[in-house]
Design a protein around this ligand. Sequence first.
Ligand code: ADP
Length: 496
Amino acid sequence: MSDYILSFDQGTTSSRAIIFSASGGICGVGQHEFPQIFPQPGWVEHNPADIWQSTLQAARDAIENAGISAADIRVAGITNQRETTLIWDRNSGEPVHNAIVWQDRRTASFCQQLKQQHDGIEELISERTGLLLDPYFSATKVAWLLDGVEGVRARAENGELLFGTVDTYLLWHLTGGEVYATDATNASRTMLFNIHQQCWDEELLRLLNIPAAMLPEVKDSAADFGSIRADLLGHAIPIGGVAGDQQAALIGQACFEPGMAKSTYGTGCFVVMNTGAEAVRSNHRLLTTVAYRLGGEVTYAVEGSIFMAGATIQWIRDGLQLIRDASESESLAHQTGYENPVYMVPAFTGLGAPYWDPEARGAILGLSRDTGIKEIVTAGLQAVCYQTRDLLEAMREDGIRPENLRADGGMVANQWLVQFLADILGIPIACPKVTETTALGAAFLAGLQVGIYSSLAEVADLWQDDKSYQPAVDDDARARLYKGWRDAVERVRSAG
Ligand code: ADP
């Protein structure tokens, strides 16, 4: 048997599977997109069968593309879209409803109601779970399924139904219903998990009226998660690692020391910083979450996100039609340079951290007669970097100081952008050789479990940077550019 690792990466729009060598090299990839279901404005669902079938097919393709057989795979890991919520029958496996996706806002009014009915519930949730009372997380989605779908509550109270995030659902199917479990990172996104005591929180379960019997066992991120049934891929493969996607990216970027942070630039952007054994609470509505749990020891992280990162460039391409391809933004930015008088504030759905102004709307400021396409496109790229600085400023005010940043995601193909990021943050940025950091993180966890790697230090040694970017502008220029952004943001904030 060889030391290949199979990594499942079940995302929001597609399911992927990657075969890694023990040294973290990519040997084969499979990918299948699946439909997004939008039953009403603000509602987003996935068909559970699509999630499962696309995952299985991606794994079969990855094995074939790698030119290996399932018997060559030593262990498998799972990483997944977080918070997305499923409930299914423990005997038949039949889901009671489509999966309710993390983006789904159907429980917004329920969240408001909880705030009004239970004094101090926001504080309680923040203290126990590290999260905010928001429809984004699984808890209110579970409550909606229990009371919004006929018969579900009675069946749940009868012990017939199981709740799971996507990792749990995949584990259950991959093991033929043998394993009903999740890992601490995924549990920490449900808004039901006490991240300090590492258990489901009875008080929150009571407040949300969720039966404890329908919750999975919470394991370490590297643990014995059973085996993939032999008939599915042709050979039984042990499952040794599970983590939610952003935590997996932190692991794939080998950010194992407190102060190390990663930033993933895709459609949105997620900055996650390792804070070690200490769960740091933010005063700026950043999330406190489990980075990973190994050997029963919890490492915590602080997480902040930007709604519109690559999505800003998509809008410039598809909405404004100023460019035909996202990559054109790089040469236009080179022509414009840093001293761009134009600022774009892409507050299409409000402003996130540290402003938290859902009513704010976007603007392009500083226009003059000689403003052209290149200035507007450049302002879009710069906006992504300024927003990252906003997040890091919020972290700094909470006493958290990333010393450097490891960046990944589709946008880091743009070298101008990453250099501007280093300049505006004033810290070095490194981009990794293996850019599939999410899948790699799950592979690392699985490899740790079966002894392919003996320690995190050994994993950290495998991480290689492709290119590093040093801050190259002086402090005055950095401060001047950033002040221009803060002024622009002030002008789009809502009166409230
Ligand atoms: P996701 O996983 O969220 O679908 P990806 O990591 O694949 O996203 O990144 C794609 C995003 O990156 C798109 O929003 C696209 O606009 C942006 N993007 C891709 N290449 C570039 C580039 N060279 N310059 C700027 N943005 C880019």
